[in-house]
Design a binder for this molecule. Sequence first.
Ligand code: ADP
Ligand code: ZN
Length: 692
Amino acid sequence: MYLNIALPNFTNKLLTYQTKDASYDYLGYRVVVPFGKKQIVGIVISQHSTCSIDKSKIKKIIKPLGTSPLLPPEHITFLKKLADYYQVSMNTLVLKSLPPGIISEDVHCNDDFYETALSGHTPAMRKILETIEKPAALYVLMASFRQDMIKKLIYEGCLIKSEAKERLQYKPALSQLNTHQTNALEYLRNAPSLVRLLWGITGSGKTEIYAHLIHDCIKQQKQVLLLVPEISLTPQILLKITERIGIKPITIHSHLSTKQRIAHTLQARYGHAHIIIGTRSALLAPIHNLGLIIVDEEHSDAFRQDAPFFYSAKDAAIIRSALLNIPIVLGSATPSLETIHNVHNEKYNCFKLLSRFHAKSPNIHILPIEKNTIISKQLIPIVNEALNKNQHVMLYIGKRGYARVSSCHHCGFQLRCSGCERLMVKHTDGLMHCHHCEIKEKQPIDCPQCHQAELSHFGAGSQQIAEVATQHWPNHPVVRIDTDSMNTLNAAKALKTLEQSPATIIVGTQMLTKGHDIHRLNTVIVINADHGLYAPDFRSEEKLFAEITQVAGRSGRRDIIGDVYIQTMQPNHHLYMNITNPEAFYQHLFERRKTFLLPPYVHLACLFIVGKKQHLKKINQIIIPKINHTEITGPLFFPPGIKQGKECYKIMITSHCRITRDQAIKYIEAICIGKLPKYVQLLKQIDSHLSP
Ligand code: ADP
Ligand code: ZN
């Protein structure tokens, strides 16, 4: 038998070895092979009974590791399908989809090895849960079992307070759904298509419905994968699912230590974790017996990965569900246009949940403002009143930093990044930052071009908003939540502590938009979101709509109706006019996309050519011939893709036929490789067109 093996540190090519025994099946196994004078471990990606290479030159493997494949055959089929769809080499995909270090002799992957880790609990912890039948007082539990374990189970939400006060019990409790939710659940359980969209406004109780679906799946002895766009959302959803189901999910994301990632991957692979919650990389994990995939906030761009290869975890999840013939539930308050299009085409099924579980939806007010207004005068008494009622107030600004533009009124000079030509952003640390290249430079005081005047700064970012808020409301704490001030996990913690804090002004950026439940927040002010109307991306309006809807969803989540004030200089823009009428807004977008032949009406792919100027001299010699049934533009100079001094050109391909598009991009890539020096990078994006 001949084996094609992916070897770490050798990512560009599969190597062929042979087995000692002709009949043996090693697909997906990790195997030790001779490599030069060394022995290394690789993973078998395919096997064949014949081989075109001279047999005498093919080395034999030394031994397989473990008693079962790390990647089961259906997982290899899935990865092959992805490699094919995204035009990535199979060995890159396989090696990068696994935690580093798992392909090693030190890691044991056998069916029985990780049994002890059942459902994220040690056997001793499971024993505690199984023993506690009746509610018991804490001191009784503490006396009977190890205290650290009891504490851990309480912390995880597995042991909860029973109705009888001061007693704890293990009683996972799915919530009683209201009529709308029950209808949604029934629909999602039985819809004819495998892909099921839950279009539910913020606070409609989607997560509670997911819990019921997860419970169904576990009862059938199958595993569930729940994807969320950001790591910061995992603690909240993890706690809720643990409370509802009584089993602690495992997580897979990039903040885990290598050891944890390996352990969790093995638990998923060998079926010892019932529920796997993770960010996009979790989608590539081998899972023993997957029965359901849920993608929360399905519209989010965070499911897209650029490096080391491009893919969309949401689309890949749909591919995985189709191959395994298992349902996939996509949840969102603002589904992507592609998803809605597939609902219209009846490829996906959709259930709409349009009322909030607790409160009514907030009132949305569009507030015209003049240029350079930060907070409209009208809003000051409204904020005062909310703060006096001991409520928090959110000031939302899409941009971080202090000022977005630094320019000279004398000569018109604007301070731009040396690496990418974008505007440098003034920060309160005394430096000018490029948010694209991460370049930081000292702030010049005078204009570096004419030296006749001091630079002026415009376009407020979150730091300036926080400063203005402190000036207006000096007696109230102001917390700024953006990636400069904290990482996503700390942001979740900071929001949690707000439950106990005095009335606070929360200033924040996109980090605040998703999923976080903030108590006592009934007033949300969107400072100015107009910049999103003019971005060069054809999806920018769709994204801005989602962003504002998400932010608005933060307001009034309990028994009070919230108020959302959107400040804009374009009050008559169709986006704002339809802010409470997504159907009308989407209809407008569909019409435009149809007119301009853009997705979802065509299949799109892009090739980005990135390199130093001196290596791109021959770019003009790249002439792409006409290809039937495709529209090709480029290579065109693409300023948004310029980064750290490297230039970027873009070739965009659209076609009504996916196969034609895929062939065209391969063909164009081959032309580019032939014309350009090898230092130049070619980056492919399938179904996407954003700067790499
Ligand atoms: P979404 O995910 O759609 O934004 P959530 O599932 O977070 O909404 O629900 C919003 C709030 O309503 C949460 O506090 C949640 O616990 C509560 N909730 C939703 N459905 C129920 C239910 N059936 N019983 C009790 N509380 C519920
Ligand atoms: Zn830059």
